[in-house]
Design a protein around this ligand. Sequence first.
Ligand code: MN
Ligand code: MN
Length: 362
Amino acid sequence: MNAAPVTTLTQFLIEERRRFPDARGEFNALLLDVALACKTISRRIARGALYNLLGDHGAADSVNVQGEVQKKLDVLSHEIFVRRTEWGGHLAGMVSEEAAEPIQIPERYPRGKYLLLFDPLDGSSNIDVNVSVGSVFSILRAPEDGATAGRNPAAADFLRPGSEQVAAGYALYGPSTMLVLSVGTGVHGFTLDPEVGEFMLSHPDLHIPADTQEFAINSSNRRFWEPPVRRYVDECLAGKSGPRDKDFNMRWIASLVAEAHRILMRGGVFMYPRDSRDPARPGRLRLLYEANPIAFLIEQAGGRASTGRQAILHVAPRAIHQRIGFVFGARNEVERIERYHAQASALGDHKPLFHERGLFLA
Ligand code: MN
Ligand code: MN
C-alpha cells in the first residue's frame, strides 16, 4: 500500500480512548450502533420516492402481500434507531422526536449506563424535494440512583443540561453521507465510503472561524422577531453602508443539520430565535435532541450556541420535547447577538413577549 489507510470510525474511537486514558470509552459500541442506524437510514433515503413505489425490499416481487401500510420515512428512521441501539446493554432509555414518552428498553435486554436522545430524521419535509436531511443524537449518562437496577428512566431523568452530554453528533444525508461527532475531544467529520460501507475520517478537528459574513434566518418571520434580532439582521442587511461596514450573504436550507454542517465547514451564523408568533411555542427547535447536540458540536469547534440570553448548554430543561430559541455559529457574531439582547432588556424597550419562567431568568 502506498499511503497509510484512511482512519475508520471504529479505529478513531479506539484511538481516542487510548489518547485520553481517563475518557470513558464504554459508549464506543453504542456510537457504532448509532452509526449503523445512520448508514441504514442513508440507504433507505437514497431510494427516494421508490421507497413507497416499490415497497420496503425494493423489488416488485417483495411487495408486502398483507397490504401493510408503508411507513413514512421519519417513522421508519425512528424504528431503525430504536432497533439498532436497544439490544446492546448500553442504554437505560431513549427519547425520540417521534415518541411522546421516553422509550423503554425491552425486558429481554440488559440496561446500561447511558441515555440516547435523537431526532431520527431532521428536515424531513426536504425529502419531497430531494434536498439534504439528517439525523441528530445526544448521549447523556443515566442517573445512578437505580436506573440500571431495574427502574425505567422517567421523563424527568432526561432533563439534564446540555453541558452534561458525553457525546453528540449528526448524520447528514447529502450528495455524500457524513457523520459528524464529538466525544468531548473536538469535532470530527467522517464520510461514508459506500463501497466498503464504513465511515472514514475525512474532516478531523473542525473549527469555526470567530467572524463571518454569512447569516441564516427565516426572514418570513421578521414581524414576529424580538427587537434585538431585528436589529442584528437589519445591520447585516445594511452591509457596507451600515454600522457593520461589511456586506453579508444570506443562506437558508430549512434543515437544521444541513445549516449546522455548512457552519462547521465554512463558518457563519444561524438563528431560529424565540419569536411572538405563538406564545405557547417560544422557539421552533427542540432543546434536548436538536439544540443541545448541535450546541455541543458548535462549542467543541470553538463556536458559540445561545438562546440569545444564555448559553444553550446551561439551560435547565423543563420537558423532553421543549422548544427553544436557538442562535449558533461564529463566536463573535453570537456574542454580538447576546449583547443586543442584554442591551435591549437593560434599556427596558423590550417587554417580555411571554410569561417568563425560570428558563429565561439568569
Ligand atoms: Mn428536526
Ligand atoms: Mn424529525
